[in-house]
Design a protein around this ligand. Sequence first.
Ligand code: SF4
Length: 175
Amino acid sequence: MSDTGDIAPLISVTGIEHDSVVNGLGFRTVVFLQGCPRHCRGCHNPESIPFEGGRQMTVWALFQEIIAGITPLTKGITFSGGDPLAQPAALLKIMELLKKERPRLDIWVYTGSVWEEIQSLPVIKPVMQLTDVLVDGPFIEEKKDFSCPFRGSNNQRLINIPETLTAGKIVELNL
Ligand code: SF4
């Protein structure tokens, strides 16, 4: 692929972690996107909440940084935050690049919103078309539960998005 350094829009990134095993199944590159409209008590990542923080990158620069950390063992990419869905246009661009260039990688997205709130939003629908698993819902301290894989509280769900879209009703991962 040729250098497309001018790919817009910019994306605001808190940090990138390679080879994580706590943000989804298998070894994953996790991209923490900056900015979240919620202020959950006990938020796991409070520095990612302000929208004015983070590192401003082009989508192409982020793509290159993600790809640089991919190994044959990498199972997928996780977008966490912050709330990735707060930057839907930029998120869609990076997901399109990843699905085109690395189709074997699955994509997980964390959000503080619940599926029922976002499923019909026009800016979110195209993002969901490229999402394999959505971890939905805010962190609720009273529902904190260490027995739930990949989630902080037991109100949050691991939603299999392709199966949910096909079935027309929520299909959760059975973990
Ligand atoms: S939705 Fe997530 S990132 Fe946002 S405040 Fe709640 S726990 Fe923190």
